[in-house]
Ligand binder design. Structure first.
Ligand code: SF4
Length: 354
C-alpha cells in the first residue's frame, strides 16, 4: 500500500551524544531510564542490556548520591549505548560524572545556583564534548514562574529560556531541551512554542504519564502529535512499568508514523464471524515477532470477510476459517492449517525467508 505520511522534520542543530547525533534530521532516538539504584552496578547493567536488546538507544540513570555517581564508570564500561547522568542540584556530582565518562548530563544549570560552580561544570563539559539536556518539568518550576503563569506552556518555555541563557552566556551550545508535563495539551503547546523559539534538539515526553495502558495512550497522543508536526529529535515514553515496555511503546509510536520501519502485526478486532481464537493467535504472533527484522507486516485476520484483502497487502498472513486458517505469503495462499498449528506453520514460512 502507498504510504500517505511524509513528515517534514523541523530543522534543529546537531548535538553529539556518544556515537549518536541528535537533531539535524537524524533518526529520532529512543531513550529510557533505569529503575534500580544506580550504585547497584550489576542490576543497572542488566537492565540496560535488556533495554538495549529491546531497541533503547540512549539510557539515563539517576544519581541522587555520591555512590551512584561513582558507579557510572563501571556501568559505562559494560554497556554499548550512550549513558546519561541525571543530576539535579549537586555541581560536584556533575563534575564527577564527566570524569566517570558519561556521554551526556541531564542538568538544569539554574538549579545549581552559584555562578562559579555553574561555570566550572560548563567548562568541563565543553572540554570533554559532553552535551547538557535542560529538562524542565511542570512539577519543579521556579516559584516566580508558578506565581506569574502557573504550570502553563509559557512558564515551561520561560524556564527553559533562563537555563539556556545561562549556558549560552558561557558560550555553551551543546544543548538538548525537554519541557515535560503530565497535561497532554499543555505538553503539546509547550513543545510547539519551544520549537519556534529554540533550534536545539527537543527530547519529547509526557511526564508521569501513568501505568502501562494509560501512559502509552497519553504518550502516543502527546509525543505522536508533535512528531507528526515534525517536532522532536528524541523521545522517552515514561511509564510506571518495566522500562522495556517504554521502549516497545516508543518504537510503536515511531512505526505508526512511518518514522521508523519495524515489524507490524495487523490484527482484526474479531467479531461473531470468527471461528478461531483470533486474539490468542495475534498475541502469540506479536510475541514471537519481536526478534524478526523489519520492515515486515504480518496480518492476523479472524475470517474471510476482510482477511484476504489485508492478507494481500501483508508480507505474511493468517485468515481464519472453521477451526482452521489459511496461511498467506506475499499475498498468495500457501496452505490450510489446523488452528493449533497455525502460528508454528506461519513462522516456518517467515523463517524460510529471514
Ligand atoms: S476480519 Fe472477520 S472476524 Fe475479523 S472483524 Fe472482520 S469480519 Fe470480524
Amino acid at each position: 500500500m502507498k504510504k500517505a505520511n511524509a513528515i517534514q522534520r523541523k530543522k534543529t542543530r546537531a548535538v553529539k551524544v556518544g556515537k549518536l547525533i541528535l537533531g539535524d534530521g537524524q533518526p529520532i532516538r529512543i531513550q529510557s531510564m533505569t529503575k534500580v539504584p544506580t550504585r547497584d552496578v550489576k542490576a543497572t547493567v542488566e537492565q540496560i542490556a535488556r533495554l538495549t536488546d529491546a531497541g533503547c538507544e540512549i539510557v539515563r540513570v539517576a544519581c541522587p548520591n555520591e555512590e551512584d555517581v561513582q558507579a557510572l564508570g563501571k556501568i559505562k564500561s559494560k554497556i554499548t549505548i550512550p549513558l546519561v547522568a541525571d543530576i539535579h542540584f549537586n555541581y560536584r556530582f556533575a563534575l564527577m560524572a564527566i570524569d566517570e565518562g558519561v556521554d551526556k548530563l541531564r542538568l538544569n544549570p539554574g538549579n545549581i545556583g552559584d555562578k562559579d560552580r555553574i561555570a566550572e561544570v560548563v567548562e568541563k563539559a565543553k572540554r570533554h564534548h559532553i552535551p547538557i539536556r535542560i529538562g524542565v518539568n511542570s512539577g519543579s518550576l521556579e516559584k516566580d514562574l508558578m506565581e506569574k503563569f502557573g504550570a502553563t506552556p509559557e512558564a515551561l518555555v520561560e524556564s527553559v529560556r533562563r537555563h539556556v541563557a545561562i549556558l549560552e552566556g558561557l558560550d555553551f551550545c551543546d544543548i538538548v531541551i525537554s519541557l515535560k508535563t503530565t497535561d497532554v495539551p499543555a505538553m503539546i503547546a509547550a513543545y510547539r512554542l519551544a520549537s519556534q523559539k529554540f533550534d536545539y534538539p527537543l527530547h519529547l515526553g509526557v511526564t508521569e504519564a501513568g501505568t502501562l495502558l494509560r501512559g502509552s495512550v497519553y504518550n502516543a497522543i502527546g509525543v505522536g502529535t508533535l512528531l507528526q508536526e515534525g517536532i522532536g529529535d528524541t523521545i522517552r515514553v515514561s511509564l510506571t512499568a518495566d522500562p522495556v515496555e517504554e521502549v516497545k511503546v516508543a518504537k510503536m509510536i515511531l512505526e505508526s508514523l512511518d518514522l521508523r520501519q519495524g515489524v507490524r502485526v495487523i490484527s482484526c478486532p474479531t467479531c461473531g464471524r470468527s471461528e478461531i481464537d483470533t486474539a490468542k493467535l495475534a498475541l502469540e504472533v506479536e510475541a514471537r515477532a519481536v526478534n524478526l527484522k523489519g520492515p515486515l507486516t504480518i496480518a492476523v485476520m479472524g475470517c474471510v470477510v476482510n482477511g484476504p484483502g489485508e492478507a494481500q497487502g501483508a508480507d505474511f498472513a493468517i485468515t481464519g476459517g472453521q477451526k482452521k486458517g489459511m496461511i498467506y505469503v506475499a499475498g498468495k495462499q500457501v496452505r490450510v492449517v489446523d488452528e493449533k498449528h497455525l502460528v508454528d506453520e506461519l513462522f516456518k514460512e517467515i523463517h524460510k525467508r529471514q
